[in-house]
Design a protein around this ligand. Structure first.
Ligand code: CA
Ligand code: CA
Ligand code: CA
Length: 308
């Protein structure tokens, strides 16, 4: 790993990966960073076709000092110590039209789980897909992307709609590098709770939104060993050590709807909107290089003293 001055200030570049992280880069030790497998397994690094116009957003997730009741509510107990993120922006950045409905997230962690809370304003709650591993982004959804070691490969995607249907998949490399996404991969042990503030699939009223609470066991973030190409480099501890940072982004897919009976239908020919926590600068979530940086912080009451 080396440190250098870049366009966004001090950045670090981890050897044997394309990781470029602003502000947060933890020296990885031999115990957390096993040797990479033979270089012959590695493919050419997929280079993004766009350049970011700003540094990725960052978030310090406090360690949850207390147990979390998974009920879709994000204001009680340990959640009170987790700050809200900045509001989501258009996937291509702030130069594009701002989202018409706000979205924000917060995160916590403990020895067992990564916790994600999402708050989505929504005037028209709508969801149709009901089977696990349906292509959930064909509905309005909330999406999580996690690349623990930030090497832009062996990463995880989880999508959920307003009625709790899950689409979870694993990618050995991004699509543009030849990936065949593994839909059979499941986030085993993940729990999701949703709190609706309104009525789903009922267009006769105006809804207010939905909140999602997700607990993802650290064991979920295990590369699929028989998914070619072989896992290359897992430079992270699971659970993470305090101060570690992972590359994560969140996306919200939003379709334009019209009333159909008492429910809704998509407006034909109208593409979806994509709103993200940190911009991708292109309409493509599968550019892990531009995902945000989540640092695993101590409990909030220790943060001021021990974590900077
Ligand atoms: Ca990875
Ligand atoms: Ca799956
Ligand atoms: Ca409604």
């Amino acid at each position: 790993m080396s440190w250098m001055r870049g366009r966004y200030g001090t950045i670090c570049v981890c050897a044997s990966s394309a990781l470029v992280v602003t502000g947060c880069c933890v020296e990885r030790t031999a115990s957390t960073c096993p040797a990479p497998v033979a270089d012959s397994y590695r493919r050419p690094e997929p280079i993004p076709s766009t350049a970011p116009l700003a540094a990725p957003r960052q978030y310090a997730a406090p360690f949850a000092a207390n147990a979390i009741a998974l009920d879709g509510k994000l204001d009680e107990g340990a959640w009170a110590s987790a700050p809200w993120s900045d509001d989501f922006v258009d996937i291509e950045g702030t130069a594009r039209r701002p989202p018409t409905q706000h979205t924000r997230v917060k995160m916590l962690w403990d020895a067992t789980n990564l916790y994600i809370g999402a708050d989505l304003a929504e005037t028209d709650l709508w969801a149709t897909l009901t089977e696990h591993d349906d292509i959930v982004y064909r509905d309005n959804d909330f999406e999580v992307f996690v690349d623990p070691d930030g090497d832009t490969r062996e990463y995880y995607e989880i999508e959920v709609n307003a009625i709790g249907t899950i689409f979870d998949l694993y990618l050995p490399v991004p699509y543009r590098a030849g990936a065949k996404a593994n839909h059979d991969w499941n986030a085993t042990g993940m729990r999701v709770a949703i709190q609706l503030d309104g009525t789903v699939n009922d267009s006769r009223d105006t809804d207010r939104g939905w909140q999602i609470e997700i607990a993802i066991p650290w064991t979920v973030f295990t590369p699929v060993s028989d998914s070619p190409p072989a896992p290359t480099y897992q430079c992270t501890a699971r659970p993470p050590n305090t101060g570690d940072c992972w590359r994560i982004n969140f996306s919200r897919v939003q379709w334009t709807l019209e009333k159909q009976g008492i429910s809704y239908a998509k407006v034909a020919g109208k593409p979806e909107e994509n709103w993200t926590w940190t911009p991708q600068w292109i309409i493509d979530m599968h550019v892990p290089q531009w995902w945000g940086v989540v640092t695993f912080a101590p409990p909030a009451d220790q943060t001021k003293e021990s974590f900077k």
